[in-house]
Design a protein around this ligand. Structure first.
Ligand code: FES
Length: 122
């Protein structure tokens, strides 16, 4: 029989807090959806980081979180779509694209991209 854990998710963008229960053999995002909780996600397979959260307390198991670098896992980020609870857990949602930019932002130029056609150089 699986253990049940209590999950608290602070959705910072919407200013609301969700609480729900998750068995330790089910993905947290999947269980949340089944209980009518509206959490951010996109790919559902650990690749896009749309569902990334900062773990405030508790223990998460996420062996399939391929979209998250080991450094960010160590910093306490998790991908809820492929995360299992190993205890009661409290997390908060990331700022928009926070995890994506932490991982990939440094590979791109910092300047703003301008809309429209490039100007002729003459
Ligand atoms: S929804 Fe894409 S990584 Fe979780």
């Amino acid at each position: 029989m699986s253990n049940i854990h209590r999950i608290t998710v602070h959705d910072r963008a919407k200013g609301i807090t969700h609480t729900f229960q998750v068995p330790d053999d089910r993905y947290i995002l999947h269980s949340a959806e089944k209980q009518g909780k509206d959490l951010p996600f996109s790919c559902r397979n650990g690749a896009c980081t749309a569902c990334a959260v900062r773990v405030l307390s508790g223990e998460i198991h996420q062996p399939e979180a391929i979209g998250l670098s080991p450094e960010l896992r160590e910093k306490g980020y998790a991908l809820l779509c492929v995360s299992y609870a190993r205890s009661d857990i409290e997390v908060e949602t990331q700022d928009e694209d926070e995890v994506y930019e932490l991982q990939f932002g440094r590979f791109f130029a910092k300047g703003k991209v301008r809309a429209g056609l490039p100007l002729d150089e003459d």
